[in-house]
Design a protein around this ligand. Structure first.
Ligand SMILES: C[S@@+](CC[C@H](N)C(=O)[O-])C[C@H]1O[C@@H](n2cnc3c(N)ncnc32)[C@H](O)[C@@H]1O
Length: 344
């Protein structure tokens, strides 16, 4: 298995790492975790992983084949590039560019632009017949200064944030302030690890954010909401993005009108922008977990967001779920969301 490294989004500390690993697991791609560094995950995995991450992940930026890693000092970096074999990486006659990114304030004394030029010169000295092309290079070498390390490789793919921007809540025909941002919605879908063709349920579907992201991954989707207006709105949004759905139903999530699902991704109401219809979020979640347990098979997952204050993990354990992971997302002073992954 080749050694790959991934530059991850800095939007959250833990979610990008968890999303990337879950995306690989959804497609049954095994991996060996080598190391995590700020915004960097180093793995031994199959090269198919790159296409999987490019097609699924919301919180990965760049995928690279790793060539070397060293201390983030100029002499160590020069030693690294001089030692590494580039014969199978770039061919005679090919053009290239070197790009360097810095994570946060890492090794500020190393100037990124100087490093790009220096590495470019060293590569030209080392390999016959290659040239630099800043605009349309055939190969891109990519280095990241992170913590006290410098990791360097050949760029294999970049994950564009543009499609997520085009699907953000305000860009959809039906908007509601309770809508989940597209990137977080995709990340949560990935954490539930659905495969193409799996049936994914959102029993509090609102404007359909999870259904849109799951539908784009090729899942069969079913959405439920207690409010007709939301169900209609979800339908408009799904049609707008050309996504087929198996069902959109006006119903109570505590009386699910279906007997089997492969996974559930959801965000129940907190009684702020989305109504809890006279109940507390805790009561809704308690009842919903008891009901949903009957529709899931052993090993299948729920990814659910809720206010941190309700301690969903404790409730889930009393309902017989295994707690897999939690991530905390600060929204504003009085709301921190807990994104919880549970397994039946
Ligand atoms: C936080 S919003 C979901 C937002 C959604 N994830 C999105 O991105 O648009 C919660 C939704 O749950 C619905 N709801 C409230 N109580 C419900 C119940 N008992 N059964 C089903 N839906 C319910 C509300 O109408 C609301 O649309």
């Amino acid at each position: 298995m080749p050694r790959l490294f991934f530059l991850l989004s800095g939007e959250h500390d833990t979610l990008p790492f968890a999303e990337l690993k879950a995306a690989l697991e959804s497609e049954d791609l095994s991996y060996e975790e080598i190391q995590t560094l700020p915004q960097i995950l180093r793995l031994n995995t199959f090269s198919e992983a790159v296409e999987v991450i490019k097609g699924r992940a919301a919180l990965t930026r760049v995928c690279c084949r790793e060539l070397f890693i060293c201390q983030a000092t100029l002499p160590e970096i020069i030693r690294g590039i001089q030692k590494v074999s580039l014969n199978k990486v770039i061919d005679y006659g090919e053009s290239f560019v070197v790009r360097v990114r810095r994570v946060g304030e890492a090794a500020r004394e190393l100037a990124g632009m100087y490093l790009e030029r220096k590495l470019g010169e060293l590569i030209i000295d080392k390999i016959d017949g290659v040239s630099v092309n800043l605009k349309q290079p055939q190969k891109t070498f990519f280095g990241v200064i992170t913590g006290t390390a410098f990791v360097f490789g050949l760029k294999l793919a970049e994950v564009s944030p543009t499609p997520f921007m085009l699907r953000r809540p305000r860009k959809r025909p039906f908007f509601h302030p309770s809508s989940m941002p597209a990137k977080l919605a995709r990340c949560m879908v990935n954490l539930a690890r659905p495969k193409k063709g799996d049936l994914l349920l959102d029993p509090f579907c609102g404007t359909g954010s999870f259904l849109i992201e799951a539908g784009l991954l090729g899942c069969r989707i079913v959405g439920i909401d207690a409010k007709r207006k939301m169900v209609k709105g979800s339908s408009h949004n799904l049609i707008y993005f050309n996504i087929d759905y198996e069902g959109l139903v006006v119903a109570d999530a505590n009386h699910l009108p279906l007997t089997k699902t492969d996974c559930i991704v959801t965000d129940p109401p907190y009684g702020r922008s989305a109504s809890t219809m006279g109940r507390t979020t805790r009561e809704i979640v308690q009842d919903f977990l008891a009901t949903s347990a009957r529709t899931l098979t052993k090993g299948s997952r729920i990814c659910i967001a809720s206010p941190k204050s309700i301690n969903l993990t404790k409730i889930a354990k009393t309902r017989g779920f295994k707690h897999v992971q939690s991530h905390f997302v600060y929204v504003h002073r009085s709301l921190t969301r807990e994104i919880v992954v549970l397994e039946k």
